[in-house]
Write a protein that binds this ligand. Structure first.
Ligand code: DGJ
Length: 759
């Protein structure tokens, strides 16, 4: 709901209110938080006291006109507000002052057309401001959705001389209160490191400068009140619908206002605005909750699932994928793929993805990007032949592409070297993963990609695409924003006419896990690091900002390729269950007991898929030190308990299941998970009447035919008891196998589901 009454602008959704008003021509920020009424405006407004000794008054005579101390919705440059400005412009190479004053507003009946992604189904208010001296018009767009608000800015040059934009943020607001900034930064295979920084007068910034939203700095962040917990306290969440270099900053003023802004990174940014031209910023998203971090997770989860991803995929179950990459890399033939496909089908997978290596002469990452000729040595029957055979087996077929890059060793590069991005001063090209980026600012390059990828998609029964992007380009320079616009154009033209193709975006893992990509691709590959211990951290961090339905989460081999850590197959499965489950390992190497374990993982996933992909996600801990993930729908709750390095003689452990009705009764059941007899090592000699070699044939045979369950537990109790914490089965205490215990070694875990029963 949007109302504008008595000069007060009030945006309200199911959870919160956003209020501002016009004060002497400027937009004064009033409130972002609990639902209030517009008649509260005066009570919420700042009350500047008398005189600030060294301040610059906007107009002599009124202390209320000291822009530097007012909570504002926007600010200019050189007019007395010395805090960081959301806009920096230049003319003839020199910075100019700006002063944007209110001229009017309008509720938009239809959304403005945009080359950038925009939230779907929002009510929009356009607020018009003008700098009559610089001859600029600024439109601030505010959107209302059930659990979030959105903002973006459009700058128009109404003068007759060009203006150069050096910085133009999507949103800016001055929020009262004490806040801690939560950011998620990292790098390749180490994405989403959760950092907490108190907001002080020293500015905190997080920025990506790589041309991609980047695993160095996810665009999503939180401002949490000091007392915020998973279930209570105020938390504001922010994100940006943008996949290029971005910027956020938070800085507290002496008056205790935190100026928070987000938008395109100003680093190396420059955009010439010719007379009559407009420039639009990406859309920023903001959510508020007083139900703590869990509340914000819920706001963002609903937003992404209901208003961001492509409508065709809204609430649609995501298929269980088998992906060829970690099992085969570049080394495959059609026969090998079909053998893997057969096994994947037997285990319960639904979609077979052929990853990198199917085109040109790509037997390593040194060649062929940019070419789309199918490698007939590997695939004598082409993609169509392979796809049809997989379909006959009952599997859907998916394919990997990396359309934004070109290998210098490719037919495309040999015929169009000018299609690649090169250093602007002609310096030697710097390669990343032996490749260059294509110049997506050129229409002929975009046409080539749309034609080539579209042609392949129409040539075979392809129902899923993995869209990869494996290099950053310093050669992007000032073209970075135009490149992102080019990318969105290409994605729109390829996938809007083919809505039923499931697009999974990937960029060396999580280099583009952002709302811009989610607008086109309902799921994103979280990280090339599939070690479950690392994934526990990465997926947990992602869960603050994005729902599990967006996480590409695969089980891979142990010891893990990136960490050399050995982990139980049950835990690899349990972590991946909380996302879009997939398998990415050589299935021909699995032991029968491992095949059985994967089969039960997949059965469990199919039975609880809706909850695991779309349930309300929260995080917690047991009193025994286990991390808890909980996904909840009206029908059921699924909870995972994950441990790190195992201690001897671990104590009791209680699991709290939240969100249940205290007066109703519920039954908890553990997911059936299997142990290998061999996991007990030399203990076998002590507990069995026969002396067995743990690596010997007898144990291997026992593993093949004997099902040794782990952590089996059922409980029936009231919702109140679950809220207090129900006691979990005992953990291994060094004495022998107990079918009702949790025989956990390092990194052990269990998953439970809870459903109501009639008492
Ligand atoms: C990087 C991706 O993150 C991997 O999953 C895989 O698709 C490779 N590229 C293929 O080259």
């Amino acid at each position: 709901m949007i109302t504008v009454k008595h000069g007060v602008f009030h945006l309200q959704n199911e959870r919160s209110s956003y209020l501002f008003r016009v004060r002497d021509g400027f937009l004064e920020h009033l409130h972002f938080g609990a639902r209030v009424s517009a008649s509260d405006a005066d009570a919420l407004a700042a009350r500047p006291g008398c005189g600030w000794g060294d301040s610059t008054l906007y107009r002599e005579g009124s202390n209320a006109n000291c822009l530097d101390i007012l909570p504002l919705e926007w600010s200019g440059c050189g007019r007395g507000d010395y805090r960081e400005s959301p806009v920096e412009l230049a003319q003839n190479g020199l910075p100019i002052s700006t002063e944007f004053r209110y001229t009017g507003c309008e509720a938009l009946k239809t959304p403005l057309p945009s080359a950038l992604p925009a939230s779907r189904g929002q009510a929009t208010l356009a607020v018009y401001l003008e700098d009559s001296t610089a001859k600029l018009r600024l439109t601030l767009l505010y959107g209302v959705l059930p659990t979030v608000f959105t903002r973006r800015a459009i700058l128009e040059n109404c003068g007759d001389a060009p203006v150069s934009i050096r910085k133009l943020m999507s949103s800016c607001a001055d929020l009262p209160g004490d806040w801690t900034l939560h950011t998620f930064s990292g790098g390749w295979i180490a994405e989403m490191q959760h950092t907490e920084t108190p907001v002080t007068m020293a500015r905190s910034c997080l920025e990506s400068t790589t041309g991609a939203s980047s695993s160095r700095a996810n665009p999503g962040f939180l401002l949490a009140a000091p007392n915020a917990t998973e279930t209570g306290g105020e938390v504001c969440g922010f994100n940006l619908l943008y996949s290029g270099s971005h910027y956020l900053s938070a800085q507290k003023s002496l008056q205790g206002l935190t100026r928070v802004m987000q938008g395109i990174s100003p680093a190396n940014f420059s955009w010439e605005l010719a007379p009559g031209d407009r420039f639009e910023t990406p859309e920023a998203v903001m959510a508020w909750s007083d139900a703590g971090f869990g509340g914000i997770t819920d706001c963002f989860g609903r937003y992404v699932n209901e208003a961001l991803i492509p409508p065709y995929w809204k609430n649609r179950p995501r298929p269980i994928v088998y992906n060829s990459w970690e099992g085969c890399m570049f080394d495959f033939t059609e026969a090998k793929l079909l053998r893997l496909g057969k096994l994947a089908k037997q285990l319960g997978c639904e979609l077979f993805v052929l990853d990198d290596g199917w085109f040109g002469t790509r037997d390593s990452d040194t060649s062929s990007l940019g070419d789309y000729s199918v490698n007939v040595k590997k695939l004598p029957n082409g993609l169509k032949g392979l796809g049809e055979k997989l379909n006959t087996m009952g599997l859907q077929f998916g394919l990997w592409f990396e359309p934004e890059s070109v290998s210098p060793d490719s037919e495309l590069y040999r015929s169009h070297p000018d299609w690649a991005l090169h250093d602007d001063l002609g310096r030697e090209d710097l390669l990343g993963r032996h490749q260059l980026l294509l110049d997506l600012t050129k229409p002929e390059v975009r046409d080539y990609i749309v034609r080539s990828v579209g042609g392949i998609l129409d040539s075979a029964p392809i129902s899923y695409v993995k869209w990869d992007m494996n290099r950053h380009s310093c050669a992007l320079g000032a073209k970075q924003h135009a490149f992102v616009l080019g990318l969105y154009d290409v994605l729109r033209r390829i996938f809007e006419p083919r809505p039923e193709i499931l697009l999974e975006s990937c960029s060396s893992g999580g280099n583009r896990f952002d709302c811009g990509m989610l607008y086109f691709s309902p799921q994103i590959w979280c990280s090339d690091d599939t070690d479950p211990v690392e994934r526990l951290r990465i997926q947990q961090s992602l869960s603050y900002l994005y729902p599990p339905s967006t996480f590409g989460a695969h089980v891979s081999a142990s010891p893990h390729a990136q960490t050399l850590r050995a982990t139980p197959l049950s835990t690899r499965g349990n972590v991946s269950l909380f996302g879009c489950l997939g398998y990415e390992l050589d299935l021909t190497e699995l032991l029968p007991v491992e095949q059985a374990e994967i089969r039960v993982q997949i059965e469990f996933y199919k039975a609880h898929r809706r909850t695991l992909q779309y349930g309300r996600f929260t995080r917690g801990r047991t009193d025994g030190g286990g991390a808890v993930w909980q996904a909840q729908t009206r029908e059921e709750t699924v909870a995972g308990v994950f441990h790190g390095v195992q201690n001897a003689a671990s104590g009791y452990e209680r699991l709290r299941v939240t969100g249940l009705d205290a007066g109703k009764r519920y039954r908890l059941e553990s997911r059936a998970q299997l142990l290998r007899v061999g996991d007990f090592g030399s203990l076998l000699r002590h507990v069995l009447p026969v002396k067995l070699n743990p690596n010997g044939l007898a144990v291997q045979t026992a593993d093949s035919y004997y099902k040794m369950y782990d952590g089996q537990q059922t409980v029936t109790a009231s919702g109140a008891a679950y809220g207090a914490g129900i006691m979990l089965a005992p953990r291994f205490a060094g004495t022998g196998y107990d079918a009702d215990g949790r025989m956990q070694s390092d990194f052990g875990s269990n998953v439970y589901f809870v459903r109501e029963v009639q008492s």
